[in-house]
Design a protein around this ligand. Structure first.
Ligand SMILES: NC(=O)c1ccc[n+]([C@@H]2O[C@H](COP(=O)([O-])OP(=O)(O)OC[C@H]3O[C@@H](n4cnc5c(N)ncnc54)[C@H](O)[C@@H]3O)[C@@H](O)[C@H]2O)c1
Ligand SMILES: O=c1ccn([C@@H]2O[C@H](COP(=O)(O)OP(=O)(O)O[C@H]3O[C@H](CO)[C@@H](O)[C@H](O)[C@H]3O)[C@@H](O)[C@H]2O)c(=O)[nH]1
Length: 462
């Protein structure tokens, strides 16, 4: 089929590439000329594993343009995949979505054949319905049908999540369901040509597709993110308890996660969740509940716990150093998680501001954030190109993002450059046993006195 995707961000571009991989011809449209210029040169405009290979492998089915008119003219299906950031009051900001929708409509109303317009953006319940009403009011219902197809991909494994999703959510009327089922058939039945670099997960034969109305599709997206955020805040509260009672949160997570009703995923304690989705989507869902007169108490607690978590870990650092004023802290990892160059709502940012406010000097490193970090961090922060350089003269090292290269750090390597001996592992990604007797290791919920004989994860006896 001929497909257009409006917005070439993390969702739009990886969706476009995945649709090309399963055999469709895809036009990727963006108002950002630099992104389109980079794509035309075969370069990915942001870091996402395997994206560069996939762009190259599918180049015969991928086209790029800044012209919505040129991009939409041939499509059977057009996706809206633009940002829906957060308003100051927590609600979703639909400005980009409304702009993209208006541009799409101005082209589609003049087009001879009909088009299924699909909203892939995370948007409040009722958004698709209100856009449909606009289509109807302009007498365009025969030409344009509108669907909601929320996206569940994770940054860092976006292509794999696109090709091997846990489920597809197809929100709309019967003709919309029929078109989307045809479009996604190779994914649903896993019949496409497998990309060499992205092997199919074992046992995956069919992907379930939920055919629902647009309101259910929209709510399901927010509910999924809120539930995952809840798991994280829950385990962070257990970790804070574990610190007080000298238990180990990783072992607790292994034990409770072994119960299939709970599951081990998203039970990694740390400095809290960040990124372009969980923070804004939890706030948007709470705002949506409020506007319907419902107080979503559990969600408020999830947000509150997350806001406090990174400060709690900074407090542990302060306790270990006596005070932060004049101390040098080596911050390792700036992105909101490994595998992405995205700094949106990264916990590293409020954490660094907090440390600066208390008078600390910051040296920081990230393997991929690059120049973007310079734009979001104050100039006082010394950005270093190498880990070793970051550690120079540091009183403490603070791991904020669990990039694999930090997981290899040993006391020997750290002590070579550091002045002090405090290691704050904000992601529980190091083995505390390695530091026993050599450096002061502080994890999140690893107990106040980590003992050398404590295994890294709970041991099973079968
Ligand atoms: N990032 C994720 O992991 C993720 C996962 C699932 C769902 N989502 C949701 O998907 C949507 C997109 O998120 P994203 O992270 O890909 O956003 P993004 O900010 O990375 O990309 C959006 C792109 O849209 C372009 N754009 C804006 N207005 C445009 C217009 N009128 N015409 C053409 N292009 C336009 C921007 O230039 C940008 O390149 C959001 O609603 C988000 O909540 C994101
Ligand atoms: O056990 C865990 C798991 C994650 N995190 C943190 O949670 C945040 C989000 O992580 P992740 O969910 O892996 O990244 P995203 O790319 O933001 O993906 C989420 O947000 C997307 C946007 O809506 C959804 O599509 C995905 O399904 C959903 O996982 C990051 O800061 C992680 O460090 C933890 O602290 N502990």
């Amino acid at each position: 089929m001929k497909v257009a995707v409006i917005g070439t961000g993390y969702v739009g571009l990886t969706t476009g590439v995945a649709l090309a991989q399963i055999g469709h011809d895809v036009v990727c449209i963006d108002v950002d000329e630099r992104k389109i210029a980079s794509l035309r040169q075969g370069k990915a405009p942001f870091f996402e594993p395997f994206l560069a290979d996939a762009l190259d492998a599918n180049r015969s089915r991928l086209y790029y343009t800044t012209s919505i008119k040129e991009g939409l003219v041939h499509g059977d299906v057009a996706f809206l995949a633009v940002g829906t950031p957060q308003n100051p009051n927590g609600s979703a900001n639909l400005t980009y979505l409304h702009q993209a929708f208006a541009s799409a409509l101005s082209v589609l109303e003049k087009k001879a054949s009909s088009t299924l317009l699909v909203n892939k953006c995370t948007a409040p319940v009722g958004t698709t319905e209100s856009l449909s009403q606009e289509i109807a009011a302009r007498g365009l219902s025969d030409q344009i049908n509108l669907a909601s197809n929320p996206e569940f991909l994770r940054q860092g494994c976006a292509l794999s999540d696109n090709l091997y999703p846990n489920r597809l959510v197809l929100g709309g009327n019967a003709p919309a369901h029929e078109t989307l089922l045809r479009l996604y058939a190779p994914i649903i039945n896993q019949t496409f040509h497998l990309p060499a670099h992205l092997p199919r997960p074992q046992g995956l034969q069919q992907v379930p597709a939920f055919l629902v109305n647009t309101r259910t599709a929209e709510l399901a997206k927010y509910a999924a993110n809120a539930f995952l955020a809840m798991k994280i805040s829950f385990i962070n509260e257990v970790a804070n308890m574990a610190d007080l009672v000298e238990a180990d949160v990783i072992q607790v997570a292994d034990i409770i996660g072994a119960d299939v009703r709970i599951g081990r995923a998203f039970l990694n304690a740390g400095i809290g969740y960040g990124g372009s989705c969980f923070p804004k989507d939890t706030l948007a869902l709470r705002h949506m509940a409020d506007t319907h007169g419902y107080h979503f108490k559990l969600l408020s607690a999830v947000i509150e716990v997350n806001n406090a978590q990174c400060i709690r870990v900074v407090e542990k650092l302060r306790d270990a150093l006596g005070e932060l004023r004049g101390k040098t802290i080596a911050v390792l990892g700036l992105t909101f998680k490994p595998g992405t160059d995205d700094l949106r709502e990264a916990p590293s940012i409020p954490m660094i501001y907090h440390l600066l406010l208390e008078g600390a000097n910051i040296r920081a490193h990230d393997p991929v954030a690059g120049d973007q970090a310079r734009f979001v961090l104050p100039h006082k922060v010394k950005l270093c190109a190498e880990v070793q350089d970051t550690l120079e003269g540091a009183d403490a090292v603070f791991i904020v993002t669990e990039w694999p290269l930090y997981q290899k750090l040993t006391p020997e390597v750290l002590k070579e450059k550091m002045r002090g001996n405090v290691v704050v592992d904000g992601r529980n990604c190091l083995d505390p046993r390695l530091f026993a007797g050599q450096m002061r290791y502080i994890g999140v919920g690893r107990g106040l006195k980590p003992e050398p004989e404590v295994p890294l994860s709970a041991q099973m006896v079968v």
